[in-house]
Design a protein around this ligand. Structure first.
Ligand SMILES: C[S@@+](CC[C@H](N)C(=O)[O-])C[C@H]1O[C@@H](n2cnc3c(N)ncnc32)[C@H](O)[C@@H]1O
Length: 282
């Protein structure tokens, strides 16, 4: 391994002693935590973690009993989630300033729908610390496996559900759509348990406008605990109001129409490839 204060083997040594590695613990932590995430959790002086279940928490604490600290207390009930994010960033920066090799661990992929993780990297680098994020297994990765969907076939657009509505996101209905955070639609505040979702009719209206009332969609909850199966429920948009939704649910919407081939682009591609082969004949 590289020097302790330059854990990423960078040629330019960082200006300051502390360094930051951000890792993901996967969704089903037992089996989805990568070997490099395990190595960094073990090696760090401090491991600040935010995970979604007690088994994941137990694993992080077992890997680093002396350095593990939960970030869950940065959340305050009924307060904006972004307030908690600021607290998480401050906690990580304080460890770096103390010179610690600091590991921040988030469930899933640490850079997918985890804005404080990106902010930690930005602030750490701005202050002269080495900082790097490692990839993890996200809920979307699990969804592709459990629903048997290959994003390479039709393409796939991912949106945060509330952002999808508030920012007038447009979709290409020949590709699939993944809507994250469907179970907290319309809320920026932190709550415990399932959210009441009074604003859901706004999302339903938009989905029915795009897809019609009968297009099948899938509520998806990946297995988090060993031995459990994923929950996959086929619905139509209007059922988003009657189905119980947990904060962990993701909505998958399959394509609604065939793609329109661009024959002009196809013919140009063939011609350019042929011309290249002609020019580069041995
Ligand atoms: C704050 S984001 C965290 C995402 C996480 N970093 C990842 O890589 O999957 C929370 C959202 O992720 C999705 N999610 C988290 N756990 C899930 C699960 N077990 N099954 C399906 N989706 C999940 C849901 O859309 C949920 O609202």
């Amino acid at each position: 391994m590289a020097d302790r204060d330059d854990p990423f083997g960078a040629n330019d040594p960082p200006a300051r002693r502390g360094s930051l590695v951000i890792v993901g613990t996967g969704i089903l932590t037992v089996g989805q935590m990568t070997t490099e995430a395990v190595a960094w959790i073990k090696r760090a002086d401090k491991v600040l973690y935010l995970v979604a279940d007690p088994i994941a928490e137990g694993m992080v604490r077992q890997l680093n009993p002396a350095g593990a600290q939960s970030l869950v207390d940065t959340y305050v009930l009924e307060k904006d989630r972004t307030d908690a994010y600021g607290g998480m960033v401050d906690r990580v920066l304080a460890c770096l300033r103390a010179g610690d090799l600091t590991c921040a661990a988030f469930y899933g992929h640490p850079g997918v729908f985890v804005s404080p993780a990106h902010e930690m990297i930005r602030r750490a680098r701005a202050e002269g610390f080495a900082a790097r994020m490692l990839p993890g297994i996200s809920a979307e990765d699990c969804l592709f496996a459990d629903l048997g969907v290959d994003p390479g076939i039709h393409g796939c657009q991912s949106f945060e559900a509330t952002d999808f509505v508030l920012n007038r996101r447009s979709v290409d209905t020949s590709s699939a759509v993944v809507l994250w955070q469907i179970g907290v639609f319309g809320f920026a505040t932190h709550k415990q348990g399932n959210y009441a979702l009074p604003a859901m009719p706004i999302l339903i209206e938009k989905l029915e406008r795009i897809y019609g009332a009968q297009h099948p969609m899938y509520l998806y909850d990946a297995a988090v605990l060993p031995g459990c199966q994923p929950i996959i429920r086929q619905i139509v948009a209007s059922q988003l109001i009657s189905e119980p939704l947990s904060a962990a649910y993701t909505l998958y919407i399959p394509p609604a129409r065939a793609a329109e081939p661009d024959m002009d682009a196809y013919n140009r591609m063939i011609a350019l490839n042929q011309a290249y082969q002609e020019e580069n004949k041995e």
